[in-house]
Design a protein around this ligand. Structure first.
Ligand SMILES: Cc1cc2nc3c(=O)[nH]c(=O)nc-3n(C[C@H](O)[C@H](O)[C@H](O)COP(=O)(O)O)c2cc1C
Length: 189
């Protein structure tokens, strides 16, 4: 039985001050810590990486750190705004960096619990992005946890680490708990 805490990496948000997708991610990681995880967050400004280039020798220091953390991760939480009907370029570009993990013993998101948060200004966009993030997690061989989070930022507000809608906060807490629990399951497997 391992004593190590599960390590959960969060990727998401936008560079906008007060970004709701970033605050939702921060909230999720906070709940993950409450439930026994260590976490590392790559928010909007941390994701200002060059467009991923598969050519050898092009990797930046910042890109290397992201990949090093993803290699260590037992679980990953992705949070994207809906930008014109899809996952934002900022978040997708960060995910594209996982191509560096294509030859790893645990390729891409293999053996990792994946949580997903989609945020949009309305009711349609968040569900679309949530679905896309789960498809990406699946394509990268990750294990999506059962509960996905769709946030309509027109009605749900985040401020000072809190969510205005208790039902959404509860869903984020449950999703974070599922990521931690599934990550622990992988660690003992
Ligand atoms: C370039 C751009 C495109 C957007 N496209 C959509 C969209 O197609 N559907 C939607 O629901 N919201 C759209 N939005 C709104 C964002 O999804 C919304 O502001 C959400 O809160 C996420 O951004 P935030 O993390 O910065 O708060 C768009 C915002 C921007 C800046």
């Amino acid at each position: 039985m391992t004593q190590r805490k599960p390590f959960i990496v969060g990727i998401g948000g936008t560079t906008r001050t007060g970004s709701s997708s970033e605050q939702a991610l921060a909230l999720a990681l906070g709940y993950a810590r409450e439930q026994g995880a260590e976490t590392k967050m790559y928010g909007g400004n941390d994701l200002l990486l060059p467009m991923y280039d598969p050519d050898p020798g092009t990797m930046t220091e910042a890109g290397r750190h992201l990949i090093e953390d993803l290699r260590k991760a037992d679980g990953i939480i992705l949070s994207s705004p809906c930008y014109h009907g899809g996952v934002s370029g900022l978040v997708k570009n960060a995910i594209d960096y996982t191509e560096e993990m294509r030859a790893d013993p645990r390729v891409y998101f293999d053996g990792r619990a994946i949580g997903a948060i989609g945020v949009g200004y309305g009711y349609q966009g968040p569900g679309m992005v949530l679905s896309q993030l789960r498809q990406i997690g699946h394509a990268l061989r990750g294990w999506n946890v059962p509960l996905g989070i769709a946030v309509n930022s027109a009605v749900v507000k985040f401020q000072d680490g809190k969510c205005s809608e208790p039902a959404i906060a509860k869903q984020i807490e449950i999703m974070a708990g599922q990521v931690v629990q599934h990550a622990k399951n992988f660690m003992v497997a």
